[in-house]
Design a protein around this ligand. Structure first.
Ligand code: SAH
Ligand code: F3S
Length: 448
């Protein structure tokens, strides 16, 4: 048996998966000395961290796995192929029926058991563990290693909202919050390695209820307040939040915590009260608008983004018109929109869905055209303004070009020396295209 040396992790899906993939690399570096590589051809262990939120994402898993098998494992049978994430969680043992060359299967909550599973797989025994031991995961992970000036920090796992279309509560389990001190320690470990911005992650971060050392409970606003006291930390973001449970304490945080970025991603899904009810979202369109009105009053420069589902079962032309009206009324700066995809095991999958696929596609196109208009207008309005940018590193294209992010989460490219990475720089925005901005530095701050 050869000793594996290199690990390739490919991530599909959401930011939670991006976080988990990083922790997978941390855990296997510690246990097996595996070095991470971006090149699957040189890897001895290939792991696919999967997503099952829509059918397309799920189908991608099997095409990726098949490609890995053909390209690498057929020639080198000692290569280990593993599957993690939400498809693994949902399919478990069944996954190996469809892809028998898969050596190990692990769920989002069993990452810390990977060293054991890898040993088992190396012994040529298929290893499957997709259980939900919840908080155990975090207690058994090594301290994280930073990979740049920004980092994701998972503050809670799972979701207990059970929106009728969504598979997450079944694949990731019920909500479970990490203790306050654990989260703050992780942030501090990152800032000691040069991280200046953290994104607090969870499927429904408003439901964060972290145990405090004195036996109390901290909510998201309190967590943000405590994190803001870490001097080296310049910016705090969080995602995703749910309109219900978007508490007053969080609205106050937008007014009182300058380190909290002026951006809110608040999924609305639909503008029709009838559809919102069928989705079990727990609020009306008017309640959503009233809520964001209050957040904007607390933080006037707020950038608001959302997620929308088109073609939920029974959606009529009137329902869809209500969604378009809400997109305009809310003034979203950006939105992710998806055609509804029936997920096995969710309540909505049992509903009659008689809207033809072409109608759904046409609705999506109309919605996206509206969003594109709003997004462009928002970007154009930034031209001429001076914005504080956290420099993230060299830009993808262009010698001497850097890229960074504004508080509102938009990316800006500008000319500058690489040592500026990790610093806050004031940039005057000079041009705006659909999704990126260009700018020029007008001075740098926090240079230490
Ligand atoms: N926790 C987040 C959502 C996680 S999933 C929340 O608070 O809403 C990310 C997005 O995928 C959702 O906001 C939704 O717009 C979309 N989505 C989820 N399930 C879907 C499905 N079955 N079909 C199409 N889109 C879906
Ligand atoms: Fe899914 Fe709704 Fe939770 S969209 S992740 S069940 S808030």
């Amino acid at each position: 048996m050869t000793t594996p040396r290199k690990l390739h992790v490919k991530t599909l899906g959401c930011q939670m998966n991006v976080y988990d993939s990083q922790r997978i690399a941390d855990v296997l570096a510690q246990s097996h000395g595996l070095a991470a590589t971006d090149d699957p051809a040189e890897a001895d262990v290939l792991l696919l961290n999967t997503c099952s939120i829509r059918e397309k994402a799920q189908e991608k898993v099997f095409s990726e796995l098949g490609a890995w098998w053909h390209a690498y494992k057929q020639a080198r049978p000692e290569v280990i192929i593993g599957v993690g994430g939400c498809v693994a969680s949902q399919e478990g043992e069944r996954l190996r029926a469809r892809a028998p060359y898969v050596d190990l299967v692990f769920g989002p909550q069993t990452i810390h058991r990977l060293p054991l599973l890898l040993n088992q797989a190396q012994g040529r025994r298929a290893a499957v563990d997709v259980s939900f031991p919840e908080i155990e995961k975090f207690d058994h992970l090594p301290l994280p290693r930073a990979t740049g000036p920004t980092a994701f920090v998972s503050i809670m796992e799972g979701c207990s909202k059970y929106c009728s279309f969504c598979v997450v509560p079944y694949t990731r389990g019920e909500e479970f919050s990490r203790p306050l001190l654990d989260v703050l320690t992780e942030i501090a470990v990152y800032t000691e390695q040069g991280v200046r911005e953290v994104t607090l992650l969870g499927q429904n971060v408003n439901a964060y209820r972290g145990a405090t050392p004195r036996g109390g409970v901290a909510d998201l606003a309190e967590l943000i307040g405590q994190a803001a006291q870490i001097d080296a930390l310049a910016r705090i973001r969080f995602t995703t939040s749910h309109p219900v449970e978007f508490t007053d304490s969080l609205i106050v945080a937008y007014a009182d915590q300058p380190k909290l970025a002026p951006h809110l991603h608040l999924p609305v899904q639909s503008g029709s009260d009838r559809i919102l009810r069928a989705m079990k979202r727990g609020h009306t369109a008017a309640e959503y608008l009233a809520k964001i009105e209050r957040v904007r009053a607390a933080r006037p420069d707020l950038s608001l983004t959302t997620d929308i589902i088109v073609g939920f079962p029974g959606e009529t032309e009137d329902d869809f018109a209500a969604t378009l009206a809400l997109v305009e009324a809310a003034g979203f700066d950006e939105a992710f929109s998806f055609i509804y995809s029936a997920r096995p095991g969710t309540p909505a999958a049992a509903l009659a869905d008689d809207t033809p696929a072409e109608v759904k596609k046409a609705r999506l196109a109309r919605l996206q055209a509206l969003i594109e208009r709003q997004s462009k207008a928002y970007a154009a309005a930034l031209v001429g303004s001076v914005q504080t940018v956290l420099v993230e590193g060299p830009a993808k294209r262009g010698e001497g070009q850097l890229h960074g992010r504004l508080g509102n989460n938009r990316v800006v490219n500008f000319a500058g020396p690489e040592p500026l990475t990790g610093h806050l720089v004031d940039i005057q925005i000079t041009a705006a295209s659909a999704h990126t901005l260009r700018g020029e530095p007008v001075g740098s701050r926090h240079a230490a």
